[in-house]
Design a protein around this ligand. Structure first.
Ligand code: UD1
Length: 431
């Protein structure tokens, strides 16, 4: 007999770094349902063999084609079931708008469990709504699962730090990517039974899509592949560096932004620097009159690549999709960034990374990986770049970053929902 009910899960995404963290979870749920459908001996009346209905909710925090849709295409994520369409705004306005719109959807759909990933405003906003919602007189609400729990920069001036701490403290299931996350959560008094070390779903995506990313033509488009007269090959990749900057603390202050650009000068004299520029950063560099540091061509000119000296300017390009960026990162001589995720991706790829921040919530990338913290002073950045270019260290890949994190998460989710059901709590899908 066909089971008439299912488990209902909401998976929330909102901003660019969410998509690659959520994609493997969505795929794991699809895989689970397919296996269930194909199991010949399954007792379909048995409640532990429930199909999972996963509804994908996009808050619309990021909305440009390049910041959002391109990632859905690259990562084969299905179209969102619900789009809240909130767009940009101040932190308060954006968070409040997500909360208002998400509450209606939650009350209408009554999922059994909510998955939020990372540390963006969408993560906290949706978790907060779910923590306080009541489906009925008995006060039932969905379980809240936080993927990438426990990371701490210990810098509360970072909006993401506030989002991380608050989300962790209202979540029921905390999925941790690195050992420091376990320690941080323990020290903050989170009960051990809520915490699960599962590895890193962002790395699941990287390993899944690494081969496909190699087929990207981004290196040709940016003229970073040059003919090699000695080998006769036309596919030698130029030596280049990759830069990303978007943190308000780095790009909203002209002095800090200028320091970083001046810190890059040394690199610019030895190789081209490619800078896929975030919309916030683009606005600022125009506002601050920093155009002199940049070329607006798509990529370096041929003579730049042939010459041992670059042309002294950073090559600005539009924000890139997941596959193009992964390809560009994998072949870079060094990556300079203020992103959190890129510190992890370069560690997995064994590519030297210079993080232009005073702290990192991802210390494993410094301890075992290829990352160094440079701060945001000119000299520190120069030193770190020099050190990284000379370094032969390829680092190692942290424990559990093995491509299987999403499956581990789904196993825990199924177990916890089964426990909830056995304890007499009616699942929303059974109403
Ligand atoms: C957000 C996350 C940050 C993450 C980053 C990745 C928070 C607090 N911050 O920062 O953790 O690393 O995403 O990009 O959630 N904009 C566009 N088009 C878009 C999106 C944004 O033009 O599709 C512009 C808008 O002017 C907007 C600004 O970028 O005001 C900033 O966007 P916002 O989502 O507020 O924060 P991010 O800086 O992207």
């Amino acid at each position: 007999m066909e089971s008439t009910h299912s488990i209902k899960i909401f998976t929330v995404v909102g901003a660019r770094p969410n998509f690659m963290k959520a994609a493997p979870i969505i795929a794991a749920i699809q895989g689970y349902n397919e296996r269930l459908a194909l199991s010949p001996n399954l007792d379909r009346a048995n409640d532990s063999n429930l199909r999972i209905r996963n509804l994908l909710v996009h808050t619309g925090q990021h909305y440009d084609q390049a910041m959002s849709e391109q990632f859905f295409a690259d990562l084969s994520i299905p179209k969102p079931d619900v789009h809240l369409g909130v767009g940009s705004g101040s932190h308060a306005a954006q968070t409040a708008e997500i909360m208002k719109r998400f509450e209606d959807v939650l009350l209408r759909e009554r999922p059994d469990l909510l998955v939020v990933v990372g540390d963006v405003n969408s993560t906290l906003a949706c978790a907060l709504v779910a923590a306080k919602i009541s489906y009925g007189a008995n006060g039932a609400r969905p379980l809240i699962a936080h993927v990438e729990a426990g990371l701490r920069s210990f810098d509360r001036a970072m909006p993401e730090e506030i989002n991380r701490i608050l989300t962790d403290h209202i979540a029921d299931l905390l999925f941790v990517t690195e050992e420091t996350g376990l320690k941080n959560l323990r020290e903050e008094g989170i009960p051990a039974e809520k915490i699960h070390f599962v590895g890193n779903t962002m790395i699941d995506s990287l390993l899944n899509f690494r081969a496909k990313a190699e087929r990207s033509d981004i290196l040709n488009r940016l003229r970073l592949r040059k003919p090699n007269p000695e080998s006769g090959s036309t596919h030698d990749t130029a030596r280049y560096a990759l830069l990303t900057l978007h943190r308000p603390s780095n790009v909203d202050q002209p002095e800090t932004f200028l320091n970083i650009l001046e810190g890059m000068q040394e690199l610019l004299s030895s190789c081209p620097v490619i800078f896929p520029v975030h919309p916030r950063t683009r606005k600022r560099l125009t506002e601050f009159g920093f155009q002199r540091f940049f070329t607006n061509e798509d990529g370096p000119r041929e003579e730049t690549l042939r010459s041992p000296r670059a042309n002294g300017r950073v090559h600005l390009v539009e924000p890139l999709g997941y596959l193009d960026f992964l390809c560009l990162m994998a072949h870079a001589a060094v990556v300079v960034t203020d992103s959190g995720g890129i510190q992890e991706e370069t560690t997995c790829l064994g590519v030297p990374c210079v993080t232009v921040r005073e702290n990192t919530e991802r210390p494993i990338t410094v301890k075992v990986g290829t990352n160094v913290l440079a701060g945001t002073g000119k000299e520190g950045i120069r030193r770190a770049i020099r050190q990284q270019l000379a370094s032969m260290v390829s680092g190692s890949v942290p424990e559990g970053w093995d491509g299987k994190s999403a499956q581990r998460i789904l196993d825990v989710i199924c177990r916890e929902l089964e426990k909830k059901r056995c304890s007499g709590t009616v699942l929303a899908g059974q109403n």
